[in-house]
Design a protein around this ligand. Sequence first.
Ligand SMILES: Nc1ncnc2c1ncn2[C@@H]1O[C@H](COP(=O)(O)OP(=O)(O)OP(=O)(O)O)[C@@H](O)[C@H]1O
Ligand SMILES: [Mg+2]
Length: 238
Amino acid sequence: MRDYDAQRVSGLARRLTGILITRGQNPDAVPAVVEEPLAALQAAEARIPARYRNAVADHPAISAWVRDIAQDGRPGPGGAPGIANGRSLLIVGTTGTGKTHQAYGAIRCLVSAGVRLRWKATTAADLYADLRPRPGHDGERELMDLARCPLLIIDDLGAAKNSEWTEEITMRLINRRYNEMLPTLLTTNLGMADLREHIGDRVASRLTEMTDKVILDGPDRRRALAAERRCFDAATAT
Ligand SMILES: Nc1ncnc2c1ncn2[C@@H]1O[C@H](COP(=O)(O)OP(=O)(O)OP(=O)(O)O)[C@@H](O)[C@H]1O
Ligand SMILES: [Mg+2]
């Protein structure tokens, strides 16, 4: 038979199986598809808001958390490290100190490090708006989806108007994640006393145990960036 003649697949399969067996490999093993971190990063960045698409988690406490999560992850698809249980972070700071930047930066760092993770991000205000009971929408299912997501960002905790209903939603979400020890990145502009007042004592108690607190201080970066731009414009106009 010449090389380019059609061969019966079963014959080829038998030959391939023989080759694999002589090499000590399991012919029934499913080949692992390892996604390149670059492709995974591009996929993650497509879901990150434009302003934070190049964010780098340059705060030492956030980088340390990324390292811990990457090291402790159990193997995911293709043998790449996935995300498992881990500590959460409460990123606290006044307006414009870079809390959201650090949170998205942490996702980018994890994905760049080859960690395969399913993640979601929301602000507290969007969370309550999305979960508000309305016809044709399964809020319960959405809540459970967020509660079980391996990594969740809850941005601006304590910034939305609170009510008994928002307290109950926050409690159910945080309690599930607390019980399952799922890593959560929370950001807030409030100090602990005000946050407790806003989200309730039972949520605050769980956050105290499950999170490491990262305090971002310094000026409002937005105003600093605007001042820099004004200086630059003035210098280039003269
Ligand atoms: N480490 C950083 N390096 C470069 N730019 C940064 C850094 N941190 C924040 N920024 C930029 O500063 C601005 C404010 O950051 P960010 O939105 O993260 O602040 P924030 O603390 O979340 O503010 P708010 O409390 O109003 O939500 C953004 O333009 C962001 O891209
Ligand atoms: Mg923010």
